[in-house]
Design a binder for this molecule. Structure first.
Ligand code: ADP
Ligand SMILES: O=c1ccn([C@H]2C[C@H](O)[C@@H](COP(=O)(O)O)O2)c(=O)[nH]1
Length: 260
């Protein structure tokens, strides 16, 4: 049954060198969420989220798996964030994060909810980031840096908690592309997205610290799934080798391997 698989999954994670430690609270939440999906859809569907700092290589990773597998791949809805009925929320946020941070994150929470809940067209879905990182990394950073008032933070938190309690935004595996902020800074400059030209090294360092606290130290917030850590400072050729080395771990998360 699911209970046994969940228990076995937890034991295995502690043994796997690439897996980050997980908190004990995982047994209940991930299992309940998977169960909800089983009941709702009659069959097990698997959701893998690629997480990492800005310009860490998430889209490139998704593109690689999109080309080499037949799974469903959902990239971050950045085009929507850049054009909501003519408004560029991403641009506004980078121009004045104290004023527009809440606006962008409210819309990101909606678009991520849409991504998580849309019907799956394949048994395996790979997503770029998640509603979880939008809240635990980006909202958290705005709040901690004093650029989001507490009142906005608590309202977004209430929304987030309602969503996680009442809808299925569950995740089966987080693949964390672990980079140094310096690498991201270089890649960000090369990518040259107009709105992001203003991003300073300190911003990437703050996002990096939150990711490390959330997914490696696991001291920030409850982690919604097991975590597979892939060091990602290497060149493209080496990254492809790492994706191949980890292909089975990524595409067949442990809980799925042992529950089928
Ligand atoms: N391993 C790598 N080495 C060098 N450049 C990379 C690597 N992976 C991605 N890039 C480049 O870095 C930039 C950011 O990558 P991207 O996949 O868009 O990151 P993310 O989706 O995490 O923001 C892009 O210009 C991409 O071509
Ligand atoms: O919750 C979020 C998620 C993303 N962003 C910003 C960060 C970047 O400028 C873009 C897209 O991120 P990539 O890592 O390049 O895919 O959106 C945000 O502000 N809040």
């Amino acid at each position: 049954g699911l209970g046994f698989c969940s228990w076995k999954r937890q034991r295995k994670q502690l043994l796997h060198p690439l897996m980050a430690n997980r908190s004990l609270c995982m047994a209940g939440c991930s299992q309940d969420a998977s169960y909800k999906r089983l009941i709702n859809e009659g069959e097990k569907k698997t959701v893998i989220c690629i997480e990492g700092n800005i310009a860490s290589g998430k889209t490139t990773c998704l593109d690689y798996f999109a080309k080499t597998t037949s799974i469903e791949v959902l990239t971050e809805p950045v085009p929507k964030w850049r054009n909501v009925r003519g408004h560029n929320l991403l641009g506004l946020m980078y121009q004045d994060s104290s004023r527009w941070g809440i606006t962008l994150q409210t819309y990101i929470q909606l678009t991520m909810l849409d991504q998580h809940t849309r019907p799956m067209i394949s048994p395996l879905r790979m997503m770029e980031r998640s509603i979880h990182s939008a809240k635990h990394i980006f909202v958290e950073n705005l709040y901690r840096s004093g650029r989001m008032p507490e009142v906005d933070y608590v309202v977004l938190t209430e929304w987030f908690e309602w969503i996680t309690k009442n809808t299925d935004v569950s995740v089966d595996l987080i693949v964390y592309l672990q980079t140094s902020p310096e690498t991201c800074y270089e890649r960000l400059k090369n990518r040259c997205r107009e709105e992001e030209k203003i991003i300073a090294m300190e911003y990437l360092e703050a996002i990096h610290q939150l990711y490390e606290e959330w997914l490696i130290k696991q001291t920030l917030f409850k982690v919604p799934s097991p975590v597979l850590v892939i060091p990602a400072d290497n060149d493209m050729q080496k990254m492809i080798e790492k994706y191949e080395e980890n292909r089975d771990r990524i595409l067949t998360p442990y809980n799925i391997q042992h529950c089928l």
